[in-house]
Design a binder for this molecule. Structure first.
Ligand code: 4AD
Length: 551
């Protein structure tokens, strides 16, 4: 039998017969296609030079046989693969059918499950519990489904096995769905780790609300490391992430700690108003509002109100939002921030400074001792060093000399001189170089607020202080307060402020004036320092700054 081969007009395919009108393209394929036959075919190859078919040469035939063997093997392999695929498809279909039939039901013969929060679950090893939460992580190995459940108190690893894992409902679970898991709390085997050292062997679960899959799935809306402006747009979802939620827990720990310290220091908490008609820290950063037709502002600081509380309640403090229309975008300025402010009476400047450093050291100690916040600070900021007493004290004038000596320039790119504001960049370079907390004191009258008294030994400067911390710079600003009416009126005049709306504040200096002082702690700045965050925006629940007032 003769088989025809034509390299240029032939086709290697199942429909080719190998006749002179329908030749194969290659000798290998021709042999492969004829391999079922009994006799060896005669191969005729078209020679272009002679324009005719001639019998194949011995060497070409040998090569063709080799090629045909290769093609045979390849075809066999493909056949095997096809069969495997078919089997798998059949199995999947069977599993899906079976999954449809699986009913997720609680086995009533099991012990009643204790309702627990995740942070308490390690106390229930060996017992059956019920835990509500959100699916934080989900890994599906078909026969085993791993869930990391989050309930705000912690994270719990849970495993679903057997029919529970195979059920259609389980296969369709999604991240951020809310569920109630039932099961036995087990210690994780030696060498394995899980939050709290435990794992929940789930025997039953209920879906409270299923989160969407596909285009609207949680991971499509937000993913870690996404563009910061997108993360801010989706802040309500981003807050569910481990980092932001940890910072918010440290924040709660900080609030608790500072209230405990103020209680120990004998201060009373008050709640001054946010809607005011006076300024504290300069007109340029006031947020104006129409108050029933009268001009009013969102408070820049509760200081003036705290001062009025002294004769009524003694030393006081507040935790209140302050508002600043800061036009520039910086890593440490917000338009709204949580201001922890304190006001103390019958004390001198030195006692005042001692109080501030004591409050800061004790507060940080309490945060680190807190069973929730302490470990989170370690996690977020492993190198954090708690400050110790006493802080380095540096007068403004000496700071200017230090900046000059270190070649650090002012905002105008010139050598620092007395009277210059030490702006953010220079301040940070100074405190980062010194590497310790600094009480920077005695700022010139001209760069500070109207209410700050002059130092008796140098009337060019005030009894004022900024507390600077490495990595963030200023976290606290405060001062003693002018206690004489005349000096205060001169301050108003210097700052071109009409004293009329301040009649109540001036009265403070008329009805039993006393030496007093106070300060404000920037909550978000303390947190940025404590949690090692680049920006204070990470430390506010819903940060506000120019261009952002939502969500
Ligand atoms: O230094 P400041 O402006 O001081 C006052 O408002 C005083 N009246 C407080 C007082 O004596 N009761 O602000 C105090 C602190 C700063 O050290 C800083 O930590 C924080 O408040 N702060 C801000 N935090 C975030 N965003 C802003 N725009 C801030 N402005 C000040």
């Amino acid at each position: 039998m003769s088989i025809y081969i034509n390299e240029s007009s032939g086709i290697d395919g199942l429909s080719t017969v190998g006749s002179a009108d329908k030749p194969f393209q290659t000798a290998s394929y021709a042999l492969f296609a004829q391999s079922e036959g009994n006799s060896e075919p005669k191969l005729l190859v078209f020679k272009k030079e002679d324009n005719e078919y001639q019998e194949i040469s011995a060497s070409a035939l040998k090569k063709a046989h080799k090629g045909a063997e290769g093609l045979k093997k390849k075809a066999l392999k493909q056949k095997e693969l096809d069969a495997k695929k078919q089997k798998q498809q059949a199995e999947n279909a069977a599993r899906q059918m079976a999954a449809l039939d699986i009913k997720i039901e609680e086995d009533k013969s099991l012990p009643t499950a204790h309702r627990v929060k995740i942070n308490k679950a390690p106390e229930f090893v060996g017992q059956r519990v019920k835990v509500y939460g959100w699916i934080h992580r989900l890994r599906n190995n078909k026969k085993l489904v791993f869930i990391v459940l989050r309930d705000g108190s912690g994270f719990l690893q849970a495993v679903l096995t057997g029919d529970l894992a195979l059920a259609k409902q389980t296969q369709e679970l999604t991240l951020e769905s809310s569920v109630a898991l039932y099961g036995k709390v087990n210690k994780v085997p030696e060498g394995k780790t899980a939050p709290g050292g435990i794992e929940l062997a789930v025997d039953y679960y209920e879906i409270v609300s299923l989160a969407p899959a596909g285009d609207d799935s949680f991971t499509n809306k937000i993913s870690e490391g996404a563009d910061p402006s997108l993360l801010l747009e989706q802040r309500h979802l981003a807050l569910r992430g481990e980092t932001l939620s940890s910072i918010m827990k440290v924040r709660a720990g900080l609030m608790k700690a500072v209230r405990r310290v103020y209680d120990e220091e004998g201060l009373t908490e008050v709640t001054p108003p946010c809607m005011v008609q006076t300024q504290v820290e300069g007109g340029s950063t006031l947020f104006k509002l129409d108050y029933y037709g009268e001009e009013a502002f969102l408070t820049q600081s509760s200081q003036l109100y705290l001062e009025t509380c002294l004769p009524a309640l003694g030393d006081v403090y507040c935790v209140q939002e302050s508002f600043r229309a800061e036009k520039s975008h910086t890593r440490r300025h917000l338009s709204e921030y949580t201001h922890i402010e304190a006001e103390l009476c019958f004390l001198n400047f030195d006692e005042f400074l001692n109080h501030i450093e004591r409050v800061l050291v004790k507060t940080i100690d309490y945060v680190l001792q807190d069973p929730v916040a302490g470990p989170l600070v370690k996690q977020l900021n492993p190198n954090f060093k708690a400050p110790t007493l006493p802080f380095k004290r540096l007068e403004y004038n000496d700071a200017i000399e230090w900046l000059k000596a270190h070649g650090i320039e002012n905002e105008e790119g010139e050598e620092f001189k007395f009277g210059d504001d030490i702006a953010e960049a220079a301040e940070r370079r100074m405190v980062d170089t010194m590497g310790v907390p600094i009480l920077l004191t005695k700022f010139p009258v001209e760069i500070k607020s109207f209410y700050m008294p002059r130092c008796k030994d140098d009337p060019r400067v005030t009894e004022s202080v900024d507390v600077l911390m490495p990595t963030v710079g200023e976290i606290t600003g405060g001062s003693m307060r002018i206690s004489s009416v005349d000096e205060l009126l001169a301050g108003f005049k210097r700052e071109k402020i009409d004293p009329k709306p301040y009649y109540w504040f001036i009265d403070q200096r008329i009805y039993g004036s006393v030496p007093h002082g106070g300060y404000g702690l920037g909550t978000e700045r303390i947190l940025a320092w404590l949690c090692d965050r680049y920006t204070v925006r990470d430390c506010s629940l819903y940060p506000r700054f120019t261009g952002r007032c939502k969500p």
